[in-house]
Every structure is written in structure tokens, then in C-alpha cells.
Design a protein around this ligand. Structure first.
Ligand code: SF4
Length: 308
């Protein structure tokens, strides 16, 4: 795996890391490279790779819900059968219990190779002493989110949508698309053709405010890659925890502004590289943030201040 090239590709999360702390951005997109090879990676690279995988309990909740929804929808589309809600909850309970034990025992440090499907929780790595009732609440919220998904009108709609009209059910993987000589990354929860247009669905598991820019990016993807006129693209955001939903539509000008934003963000990221053509970076060019609050919740804080 070490021979893969670390190619540049833009994403919303990359942009967020770049804005939050340059050093964090360096660790997460350059310093970690090759750290999946437990036996051959050096200490720093290996540590950065493992720490990069940590998610806090809220992110974990989101990834479990997205993973299970993806599974239910894919089964529905391929077999025409809907997994009963109780069965889905049982799968999730098993997945979370196993993941929790794995993480609590910090077994992720022993894993060789990609950690894509491994659970590594920030609370365990940093021994935050999170009480059992907090973990229980997290699990209960996963079940509530799943229930809201089962009660949403989307399931009925997908049942009645011909197979070939489903464009994407890709919560966990996503894909790269060309952008002015570079690439950008998009991960759509669900997209399908409806009434001559495109319907995009985004599941939200937290209570944070809507991510307008991310929605613009999804719409931009549909307009560019699926060649759909912007007025025929509709994005529905389902806030699974509250059971609310909201429809978002964007104008041509909104999408042009999103393209411009990405272009500028890419330029700024490339300006920070020692060799943009090779996507090569040098750690000292990426200063640490001075905001201690950002450090308190940062995956890399364990090793950050040991480094130059
Ligand atoms: S610990 Fe602080 S300075 Fe270091 S990478 Fe994280 S946020 Fe940046």
C-alpha cells in the first residue's frame, strides 16, 4: 500500500481542517501517509495515522446510522425487501457493542492495514472518563435516528422507484470528480431521479445547524456530473434526531459562488505546499493554532507538541 501516491483532492472536511489549524491539516492529509503499514511505518507516521482515525461519540453515532441506512436501502433496492426495524436495531446494537469493546481495549493500535471499518473512539484514546449513561444515551439516539428513518416518506418513495432511477446510495464511500485539473470529493447519502429532476437526500444525526455550503456542493455535483439543470435539483435534509426535514434549492449564482469558493480554497492549499505538482508538504510550513479550545478536542494532541 505504501506505493500509492498521495494525490491532492478537495473536500469540505479538508477545507474545514485547513481553516481550523494548519498543523492539523498537515497531520491529517500528509503526515499520516503510509502509517497503515504497522510494521514498516516510523513512530510518528504510524501515530498520526492511528490518531487520524479517531472519532468522538457524536461522529460515531453519525457513522453507525449512515452505515445502517445505507445497508437497509441497498438491500431494499437490490432485493425489494425491507429489513424490519427490529432487525436493523439488532444489527446496530451488535455493531456498536463490538466496536465499543474493540475501542475500549485500544485494539486499533495493533491493527495492520486500512482501519476504514474499525472503531477507534476519541473518548477511549484520551481516557475522558465518559460515564456509561452517556454511552447509553448515544446508543438510544442511534435507535431514535433509525426509527425516524423508518418513518420517513423516503422509504416508501424508494420502494416505488425503479432500480435504474437510483443514482447513488453511497453514505460511506463517496467518489472523486475532476475540478479544473484537480479533484473534489463528494459523498451523497442518497440520490435518485424523480419527476424529470434529481432528488438528493441528506441524513443529519446531530442537532447542529444546516451545512448550507455542503448542500450547495451536492447540488453542484448533480449539476456538473449528472448534467442536470439546477432548477430540477432538490435536496432534502432529514434531521433524524428531531424528525424534521427541510428542502433546499440553489440558484445558478449560488452554484457559481460554490465553484469559486472551491477554486480559491484549492489555490490557498496549494500555495502552502513545498511542491504543488508532487503534492509535497513540509511540516514546518504548517503552524499550530493558538486556540487552546481547538487543541482540547483535536485527535492529534497526544503527539503534536512532541514534534517540531
Ligand atoms: S493539537 Fe492543536 S496545534 Fe496540534 S494539530 Fe491539534 S489543533 Fe493543531
Amino acid at each position: 500500500m505504501g506505493d500509492f501516491k498521495n494525490e491532492f483532492s478537495w473536500s469540505v472536511s479538508r477545507d474545514a481542517a485547513f481553516k481550523e489549524c494548519r498543523r492539523k491539516y498537515y497531520y491529517a492529509y500528509y503526515g499520516y501517509w503510509g502509517g497503515w503499514d504497522r510494521n514498516n511505518a516510523d513512530y510518528v507516521t504510524r501515530t498520526l495515522y492511528v490518531l487520524k482515525q479517531l472519532q468522538n461519540r457524536w461522529l460515531w453515532k453519525g457513522s453507525v446510522v449512515h452505515h445502517e441506512i445505507e445497508r437497509v436501502l441497498k438491500e431494499l433496492v437490490t432485493t425489494g425487501r425491507l429489513v424490519p426495524f427490529e432487525k436493523s436495531v439488532e444489527r446496530v446494537r451488535y455493531m456498536m457493542r463490538e466496536g465499543f469493546r474493540y475501542s475500549r481495549d485500544k485494539l486499533y493500535w495493533d491493527h495492520d492495514g486500512s482501519m476504514k471499518d474499525k472503531t477507534a473512539l476519541f473518548e477511549h484514546e484520551y481516557e475522558t472518563g465518559t460515564p456509561d449513561e452517556v454511552w447509553k444515551k448515544n446508543y438510544d439516539e442511534v435507535v431514535e435516528c433509525l426509527r425516524a428513518f423508518y418513518e420517513s416518506p423516503v422509504l416508501e418513495e424508494i420502494k416505488n422507484t425503479p432500480h435504474d432511477k437510483i443514482i447513488s446510495i453511497e453514505s460511506m464511500n463517496g467518489a472523486y470528480f475532476p475540478f479544473s485539473g484537480d479533484k473534489y470529493f463528494v459523498k451523497l447519502d442518497l440520490a435518485y431521479e424523480k419527476d424529470g429532476g434529481i432528488e438528493i437526500v441528506d441524513w443529519k444525526t446531530g442537532s447542529s445547524a444546516a451545512d448550507d455550503f455542503q448542500f450547495r456542493l451536492y447540488t453542484l455535483y448533480a449539476a456538473r456530473e449528472l448534467d442536470a439543470p439546477h432548477e430540477t435539483i432538490s435536496l432534502t435534509e432529514y434531521k433524524l434526531q428531531s424528525g424534521e426535514s427541510a428542502v433546499h434549492k440553489f440558484s445558478k449564482e449560488d452554484l457559481a459562488a460554490a465553484e469559486e469558493y472551491i477554486k480559491n480554497s484549492i489555490q490557498e492549499m496549494k500555495d502552502s505546499l513545498s511542491d504543488p505538482d508532487e503534492n509535497a508538504a513540509v511540516m514546518k510550513d504548517f503552524p499550530r493554532t493558538e486556540d487552546e479550545k481547538t487543541c482540547a478536542y483535536c485527535n492529534f494532541r497526544k503527539i503534536c507538541f512532541e514534534l517540531d
